[in-house]
Design a binder for this molecule. Structure first.
Ligand code: NAD
Ligand code: ZN
Length: 383
């Protein structure tokens, strides 16, 4: 590899500050250090968590940064001590690492790796270590990944090697949204055959939750969104009933209780709104209802009446769908390749990395499920 061991200059979308459009810049990407891998990013999805950091979390200490955490690519070079990866391997960066050594990795009850940026740096949403510079300034790597760049450097504990034949412009979605929603249903909620479910929010994460409920054998799946354009897609993934909370003059939890003789067995909040989190809990049946927080927010407290839990409901949360990332993502890629899970149906737009601000606007206005960005270089020569 002509570039191995050298600094690579490439294009990346830099978020210089909160609430502002991303700027396409030339950045320098340093060679991988001990245990690290430099990756050519071939495709990346845009997830609401990118928008959360830019427009909702807005912690200034988390900038400047390169967003993007739902990518797939090819190994360009590896640093000293890396033996499990070689140049040319197809990989998916993992925003949640799996070191395999910490007490959380060793415990089957959780997928939270203690070496992940998320265990110490929730507020800035990145590990302060970075291999990026631009105009002489260090640029943070959002969620340890930064896929809105032609190249990135990631620790090997946060990279999954995947099948050689995997189509990178689709399996990139397994780097976040689809694994998250699907796993929240099948792992965290533990949806059971014949159960009644409700999914709040029908972006790609919610649609993947619907797919998880369906694959787990749910008999009825309520798809809830304030944007009725989302209902058609939800049907494709297995939703059976469709509710727009704005169309009723009473709380949607009451509507669900009437339609289901007391409430749903499982509800999943895939919006990132603390009011919706409360509603999703209130929509569950007493005695055994389980409600899962999937939407990401850390700016407001949430609340509920204690009787909700006293009456036997369970309220829990899910990061990356509860999947142990390095072990599970290669298997999810195979599940896609054998038809067990869908990915193509989530993709509504494909564009170049240069159009990243258009993709962000599409998500803001609710006019997409997932947009896939392809760095121009590879769009022209590789795909
Ligand atoms: P998205 O913006 O594509 O979808 C959000 C959906 O929620 C939209 O369809 C919107 O119309 C709907 N919505 C908004 N307000 C609503 C309301 N009051 N009631 C019902 N529906 C409402 O987002 P996405 O990429 O699918 O992500 C969804 C959430 O999941 C975000 O909060 C994101 O940050 C989070 N997320 C969490 C994890 C995790 O590991 N827990 C991982 C990825 C994403
Ligand atoms: Zn995400």
């Amino acid at each position: 590899m002509a570039t191995a061991g050298k600094v690579i200059k490439c294009r990346a979308a830099v978020a210089w500050e909160p609430n502002a459009p991303l700027m396409m810049e030339e950045i320098e990407v340093a060679p991988p250090q001990e245990g690290e891998i430099r990756i050519k990013v071939v495709a990346t999805g845009v997830c609401h968590t990118d928008l959360y950091h830019l427009f909702e979390g807005k912690d200034k200490r988390g900038f400047p940064t390169v967003l993007g955490h739902e990518g797939a690519g090819v190994v360009e070079s590896v640093g000293p001590g890396v033996t499990d990866f070689k140049p040319g391997d197809k990989v998916i960066p993992l925003f949640l690492s799996q070191c395999g050594e910490c007490k959380f990795c060793k415990c089957p009850k959780t997928n939270l790796c203690d070496c992940s940026w998320s265990s110490k740096y929730y507020d800035i949403m990145s590990d302060p270590t970075t291999r990026f510079t631009c105009h002489g300034r260090p640029i943070l790597q959002f969620m340890g990944t930064s896929t809105f760049s032609e190249y990135t450097v990631i620790n090997q504990i946060a990279v999954a090697k995947i099948h050689d034949d995997a189509p990178l412009d689709r399996v990139c979605l397994l780097g976040c949204g689809i694994s998250t929603g699907y796993g929240a249903a099948v792992n965290t909620a533990g949806v059971t055959p014949g159960s009644v479910c409700a999914v709040f929010g029908l972006g790609a994460v919610g649609l993947a939750a619907v797919m998880g409920c369906k694959n787990a054998g749910a008999s009825r799946i309520f798809a809830v969104d304030i944007n009725e354009q989302k209902f058609e897609k939800a049907k494709v993934f297995g939703a059976t009933d469709f509710l727009n909370p704005k169309a009723y003059n009473k709380p949607i939890s009451e509507v669900l209780a009437e339609l289901t003789n007391g409430g749903v067995d499982f509800s999943l909040e895939c919006v990132g709104n603390t009011e919706v989190m409360r509603t999703a809990l209130e929509s569950c049946v007493k005695g055994w209802g389980v409600s899962v927080l999937v939407g990401w927010t850390d700016v407001k407290d949430f609340s509920a009446k204690p009787i909700q839990l006293i009456s036997g409901k369970t309220w829990k949360g899910s990061l990356f769908g509860g999947f142990k990332s390095k072990d599970s993502v290669p298997n999810l890629v195979c599940d896609y390749m054998t038809g067990k899970i869908k990915l193509d149906e989530f993709i509504t737009h494909k564009m170049s990395l240069e159009q990243v601000n258009d993709a962000i606007n599409l998500m803001k206005t609710g006019d997409c499920s997932r947009s896939i960005l392809v760095p121009l270089l590879f769009q022209l020569f590789c795909l």
